[in-house]
Ligand binder design. Structure first.
Ligand code: UDX
Length: 440
């Protein structure tokens, strides 16, 4: 077992998962965050967000002493041989580009605090060109006689599968100009490499671009099927069958072809905008213009749900709308750029009484949109509803039965915003069902 010690700067989804997963692989790990409340919570073994499997891993390694947390860069600088940067790169306020403040501050902070030769490994999603700049920033900021290497090692984890994706990734990508950095990262990831995980060693720019290219492709795939959903809504047809049929072509594949209310979350929307902004900055204004369309098709899906609600309830004022799901996807409590919460908020602003239920995301949703009526159960949310909107496909909603809900609602009307209900069953039970990608 390697005796290298690791630090992870930033303890959000990415950082907390990486830190706990590295401890699981046997490393001594120090998690660093500027947020003392988060550090205190993690130090007690308590995860401040929902992620299946991670609480157990966190507790196990906090208890074993292999995983600790601190707010001190100095402590990290003297403790670790490798520092992973896992802080956020949010969309800049009022603009499309990524905000690099936290990444820059973390790299500079660690370079300053390092007490011996050090490898800094960026995991955050950054605009192409950042790694080269950060290498200079780190070298300029390091103490006399201290050598700093830098590598970019993008992370592809999905919320809801974060631990699995970290321990069993599809591939590992490392961009660097240092052979010793590659050797060290091969040692860190020996477990995955032992399972024949492809290891792609490349330059900084390729590594940075791999991450945004993957997310741009996924977003495009979703908007592609959603654009066809607009067509089938107009001419007739069933988007699910269409997706199944094209998905059987191995070159296309069925995954990420689920039509519905569209993509959200902390990555896909922000990454396609940041990519366009960056590519324009380097003078390629039209190169990524199609991503504008990807974004627009995606946002139009939300308009479509609002439009269907208007069709079902022409006088929206005072009508009761039950919104099932506020998380941007199931098995997550994340409401960042959530299509479901956006639709709920718009219907509220248009005068509807909006009753919301999500198995995990109610409290995060309430922080963003406090004026909705948050309910403790599915039954409570649909009580007296004029229309139900299924907007996040939690199992609990997929398995709802029309005859159980019928006595609770005022009108039997449901909008399937994720194409997961068996429409025939609901229609047979006397419901009006509207699904995205199928004509009324
Ligand atoms: C994504 C990438 O998948 C991951 O590799 C990257 O590291 C971070 O961004 P995540 O944001 O966790 O992960 O969610 P993902 O599972 O990709 O779903 C993104 C959004 O697309 C969700 O809102 C989801 O509901 C939506 N989606 C997904 C669809 O609308 N249709 C689909 O077929 C698939």
């Amino acid at each position: 077992m390697s005796s290298m010690k690791l630090s992870v700067i930033g303890t959000g989804y990415l950082g907390a998962t990486h830190a706990a997963s590295m401890a699981e692989l046997g490393f001594e790990v120090l998690g660093v965050d500027v947020d003392k409340v988060k550090v205190d919570s993690l130090s007690r073994g308590q995860l401040p967000f929902h992620e299946p499997g991670l609480p157990e891993l966190l507790k196990k390694h906090v208890d074993s002493g292999r995983l600790r947390f601190t707010t001190s860069f100095d402590e990290a600088g003297s403790f670790a041989d490798i520092h992973f940067i896992a802080v956020g790169t949010p969309q800049r306020a009022g603009e499309h580009g990524a905000d690099m403040t936290y990444v820059d501050a973390s790299v500079a902070g660690i370079a300053r605090a390092a007490t011996r030769d050090t490898l800094i490994v960026g995991k955050s999603t950054v605009p192409v060109g950042s790694a080269r700049r950060l290498k200079d920033l780190a070298r300029d900021g390091a103490g006399v006689g201290i050598e700093i290497d830098l590598a970019w090692n993008p992370e592809f984890l999905r919320e809801g599968f974060a631990v699995e994706d970290t321990l069993r990734p599809d591939r590992l990508v490392v961009g660097t100009d240092s052979d010793s950095a590659v050797a060290k990262l091969r040692e860190v990831y020996a477990y995955a490499l032992g399972r024949d995980t492809p290891f792609i060693s490349t330059d900084y720019e390729t590594a940075e671009l791999v991450k945004v290219a993957a997310n741009a492709f996924l977003a495009t795939k979703i908007s592609f099927i959603n654009a066809f959903a607009e067509v089938t809504e107009t001419v007739g047809g069933d988007i699910r069958v269409l997706a199944d049929a094209i998905g059987l072509d191995k070159r296309i594949g069925r995954r990420f072809l689920n039509a519905g209310v569209g993509f959200g979350g902390g990555c896909l929307p922000k990454d396609i905008r940041a990519l366009q902004a960056r590519v324009s900055e380097i003078g390629l204004d039209s190169t990524m213009r199609f991503l504008n369309e990807v974004d627009e098709v995606n946002l139009r899906r939300r308009d479509r749900v609002v439009h269907i609600v208007h069709e079902l309830c022409p006088e929206l004022d005072g009508k009761s709308v039950a919104v099932l799901g506020t998380a941007f996807k199931p098995n997550s409590d994340d409401v960042r750029d959530s299509p479901a919460l956006d639709v709920a908020g718009r219907l509220f602003n248009e005068g509807a009484e909006v009753r919301v239920y999500d198995p995990q995301a109610n409290s995060n949703a309430a922080k963003r949109f406090p004026r909705l009526n948050y309910c403790q159960s599915l039954e409570e949310a649909v009580e007296g509803a004029d229309v139900i909107l299924l907007l996040t496909e939690w199992d609990e909603f997929v398995q709802m039965r029309p005859e159980t809900l019928a006595p609770l609602v005022a009108h039997r009307q449901i909008v399937d915003g994720r194409n997961v209900l068996r429409t025939e069953q609901w229609e047979a039970a006397g419901w009006i069902v509207r699904a995205l990608g199928r004509r009324a």
